[in-house]
Design a protein around this ligand. Structure first.
Ligand code: ZN
Length: 186
Protein backbone atom coordinates (compact mmCIF):
# COMPACT_ATOMS: atom_id res chain seq x y z
CA UNK A 1 0.00 0.00 0.00
CA UNK A 2 1.52 3.31 -1.02
CA UNK A 3 0.80 6.89 -1.94
CA UNK A 4 0.77 7.30 -5.72
CA UNK A 5 1.45 10.29 -7.93
CA UNK A 6 -1.74 12.13 -8.88
CA UNK A 7 -1.90 12.72 -12.63
CA UNK A 8 -2.64 16.28 -13.67
CA UNK A 9 -4.73 17.65 -16.52
CA UNK A 10 -2.71 17.25 -19.69
CA UNK A 11 -1.96 13.59 -18.98
CA UNK A 12 -3.77 11.51 -21.65
CA UNK A 13 -4.81 8.86 -19.09
CA UNK A 14 -7.35 11.39 -17.71
CA UNK A 15 -9.29 11.62 -20.98
CA UNK A 16 -9.25 7.92 -21.85
CA UNK A 17 -12.28 5.78 -20.93
CA UNK A 18 -11.39 2.96 -18.53
CA UNK A 19 -12.12 -0.79 -18.61
CA UNK A 20 -14.38 -2.73 -16.24
CA UNK A 21 -12.72 -4.76 -13.50
CA UNK A 22 -12.89 -8.48 -14.25
CA UNK A 23 -10.67 -10.01 -11.56
CA UNK A 24 -11.60 -9.15 -7.98
CA UNK A 25 -8.22 -10.22 -6.72
CA UNK A 26 -5.49 -9.09 -4.33
CA UNK A 27 -4.19 -6.61 -6.91
CA UNK A 28 -7.59 -4.88 -6.96
CA UNK A 29 -7.61 -4.62 -3.16
CA UNK A 30 -4.14 -3.05 -3.31
CA UNK A 31 -5.46 -0.56 -5.88
CA UNK A 32 -8.36 0.41 -3.57
CA UNK A 33 -5.89 0.80 -0.66
CA UNK A 34 -3.53 2.94 -2.78
CA UNK A 35 -6.38 5.14 -3.99
CA UNK A 36 -7.65 5.60 -0.43
CA UNK A 37 -4.22 6.43 0.96
CA UNK A 38 -3.42 8.83 -1.89
CA UNK A 39 -6.80 10.58 -1.46
CA UNK A 40 -6.35 10.96 2.31
CA UNK A 41 -2.83 12.31 1.83
CA UNK A 42 -3.83 14.92 -0.79
CA UNK A 43 -6.33 15.47 0.97
CA UNK A 44 -9.29 14.96 -1.32
CA UNK A 45 -12.96 13.97 -1.10
CA UNK A 46 -12.66 11.42 -3.89
CA UNK A 47 -10.18 9.82 -6.28
CA UNK A 48 -10.60 7.67 -9.38
CA UNK A 49 -8.15 5.03 -10.64
CA UNK A 50 -7.16 6.90 -13.84
CA UNK A 51 -6.00 9.78 -11.62
CA UNK A 52 -3.17 7.52 -10.48
CA UNK A 53 -2.64 6.13 -13.98
CA UNK A 54 -4.70 2.93 -13.69
CA UNK A 55 -7.32 2.60 -16.48
CA UNK A 56 -9.93 0.62 -14.49
CA UNK A 57 -13.46 1.42 -13.31
CA UNK A 58 -12.65 1.95 -9.63
CA UNK A 59 -13.00 4.97 -7.36
CA UNK A 60 -12.93 5.89 -3.68
CA UNK A 61 -14.41 8.70 -1.62
CA UNK A 62 -14.13 10.34 1.80
CA UNK A 63 -17.35 12.22 2.47
CA UNK A 64 -18.84 13.11 5.87
CA UNK A 65 -16.09 11.11 7.61
CA UNK A 66 -17.03 7.98 5.73
CA UNK A 67 -14.67 6.17 3.40
CA UNK A 68 -16.12 4.21 0.51
CA UNK A 69 -15.18 2.59 -2.75
CA UNK A 70 -17.10 1.40 -5.78
CA UNK A 71 -16.16 -0.79 -8.73
CA UNK A 72 -17.85 -0.97 -12.16
CA UNK A 73 -20.50 1.63 -11.20
CA UNK A 74 -23.72 2.40 -13.02
CA UNK A 75 -25.63 5.50 -11.91
CA UNK A 76 -29.23 6.54 -11.63
CA UNK A 77 -29.54 10.32 -11.27
CA UNK A 78 -32.35 12.41 -9.79
CA UNK A 79 -33.88 15.01 -12.11
CA UNK A 80 -33.35 17.57 -9.33
CA UNK A 81 -30.11 19.53 -9.75
CA UNK A 82 -27.73 20.89 -7.09
CA UNK A 83 -25.63 24.01 -7.44
CA UNK A 84 -22.20 24.33 -5.95
CA UNK A 85 -18.52 24.66 -6.64
CA UNK A 86 -16.38 21.69 -7.48
CA UNK A 87 -12.68 21.03 -7.69
CA UNK A 88 -10.51 18.12 -8.79
CA UNK A 89 -7.15 16.82 -7.54
CA UNK A 90 -6.02 16.70 -11.18
CA UNK A 91 -6.59 20.49 -11.46
CA UNK A 92 -4.80 21.97 -8.42
CA UNK A 93 -6.59 24.99 -6.93
CA UNK A 94 -9.25 25.26 -9.64
CA UNK A 95 -12.84 25.58 -8.40
CA UNK A 96 -15.89 26.29 -10.51
CA UNK A 97 -19.64 26.17 -10.21
CA UNK A 98 -20.59 22.72 -11.51
CA UNK A 99 -24.22 21.59 -11.74
CA UNK A 100 -24.87 17.99 -10.66
CA UNK A 101 -27.87 15.81 -9.91
CA UNK A 102 -28.96 16.24 -6.27
CA UNK A 103 -29.26 12.50 -5.61
CA UNK A 104 -27.75 9.39 -7.04
CA UNK A 105 -28.29 5.66 -6.73
CA UNK A 106 -25.08 3.89 -7.71
CA UNK A 107 -24.89 0.16 -8.33
CA UNK A 108 -21.64 -1.72 -8.55
CA UNK A 109 -19.35 -4.00 -6.57
CA UNK A 110 -17.08 -3.81 -3.57
CA UNK A 111 -13.48 -5.02 -3.74
CA UNK A 112 -14.55 -8.56 -2.85
CA UNK A 113 -16.85 -8.73 -5.89
CA UNK A 114 -20.05 -8.44 -3.85
CA UNK A 115 -22.82 -6.36 -5.46
CA UNK A 116 -23.55 -3.12 -3.56
CA UNK A 117 -25.88 -0.15 -3.89
CA UNK A 118 -24.81 3.29 -2.68
CA UNK A 119 -27.40 6.04 -2.29
CA UNK A 120 -26.17 9.57 -1.84
CA UNK A 121 -27.28 13.17 -1.94
CA UNK A 122 -25.50 16.52 -1.98
CA UNK A 123 -21.71 16.10 -1.55
CA UNK A 124 -21.72 12.28 -1.78
CA UNK A 125 -23.90 12.44 -4.91
CA UNK A 126 -21.55 15.07 -6.35
CA UNK A 127 -18.46 12.97 -5.57
CA UNK A 128 -19.95 9.81 -7.11
CA UNK A 129 -20.90 11.66 -10.31
CA UNK A 130 -17.50 13.37 -10.53
CA UNK A 131 -15.59 10.10 -10.05
CA UNK A 132 -17.80 8.11 -12.42
CA UNK A 133 -17.13 10.80 -15.04
CA UNK A 134 -13.39 10.19 -14.53
CA UNK A 135 -13.94 6.53 -15.45
CA UNK A 136 -15.47 7.67 -18.75
CA UNK A 137 -12.62 10.10 -19.47
CA UNK A 138 -14.89 13.07 -18.66
CA UNK A 139 -13.49 15.91 -16.52
CA UNK A 140 -15.35 18.45 -14.42
CA UNK A 141 -14.37 21.28 -16.78
CA UNK A 142 -16.49 19.46 -19.39
CA UNK A 143 -19.53 20.10 -17.16
CA UNK A 144 -19.05 23.86 -16.83
CA UNK A 145 -21.01 26.58 -18.59
CA UNK A 146 -19.26 27.69 -21.82
CA UNK A 147 -18.23 30.98 -20.14
CA UNK A 148 -16.75 29.27 -17.07
CA UNK A 149 -15.02 26.69 -19.23
CA UNK A 150 -13.27 29.49 -21.10
CA UNK A 151 -12.20 31.07 -17.79
CA UNK A 152 -11.07 27.70 -16.45
CA UNK A 153 -8.94 26.98 -19.54
CA UNK A 154 -7.31 30.40 -19.20
CA UNK A 155 -6.60 29.75 -15.51
CA UNK A 156 -5.15 26.31 -16.38
CA UNK A 157 -2.88 27.68 -19.11
CA UNK A 158 -1.58 30.32 -16.71
CA UNK A 159 -1.11 27.89 -13.79
CA UNK A 160 2.33 26.84 -12.62
CA UNK A 161 1.51 23.15 -12.91
CA UNK A 162 0.11 23.07 -16.43
CA UNK A 163 2.44 21.43 -18.95
CA UNK A 164 4.74 20.08 -16.25
CA UNK A 165 3.30 16.58 -16.76
CA UNK A 166 4.46 16.69 -20.38
CA UNK A 167 8.07 17.69 -19.64
CA UNK A 168 10.44 14.73 -19.96
CA UNK A 169 7.86 12.41 -18.48
CA UNK A 170 8.34 13.96 -15.05
CA UNK A 171 5.08 14.40 -13.19
CA UNK A 172 5.48 16.51 -10.06
CA UNK A 173 3.25 15.75 -7.16
CA UNK A 174 1.26 18.83 -6.24
CA UNK A 175 0.16 19.03 -2.67
CA UNK A 176 -2.90 21.07 -1.95
CA UNK A 177 -3.08 22.66 1.47
CA UNK A 178 -5.90 21.39 3.69
CA UNK A 179 -9.30 22.99 3.33
CA UNK A 180 -12.64 22.22 4.92
CA UNK A 181 -14.32 19.12 3.43
CA UNK A 182 -16.42 21.15 0.99
CA UNK A 183 -13.26 22.68 -0.47
CA UNK A 184 -11.60 19.36 -1.17
CA UNK A 185 -10.91 18.24 -4.69
CA UNK A 186 -12.37 15.07 -6.09
ZN1 ZN B 1 -11.43 14.72 -10.23
Amino acid sequence: MSIQQIRLFGDPVLVTPTSPVIDFDKELRTLVADLTQTMLDAPGAGLAAPQIGVPLRVFVWDVDQELGHLINPTLNLSPEIQEGEEGCLSFPELRYETPRAMRVVAKGFNMYGEPIVVEGSELLARAIQHETDHLDGILFIDRLSPEDRKLAMKEIRESEWFGTSLDLGVIPRVKISPHNPFDKGL
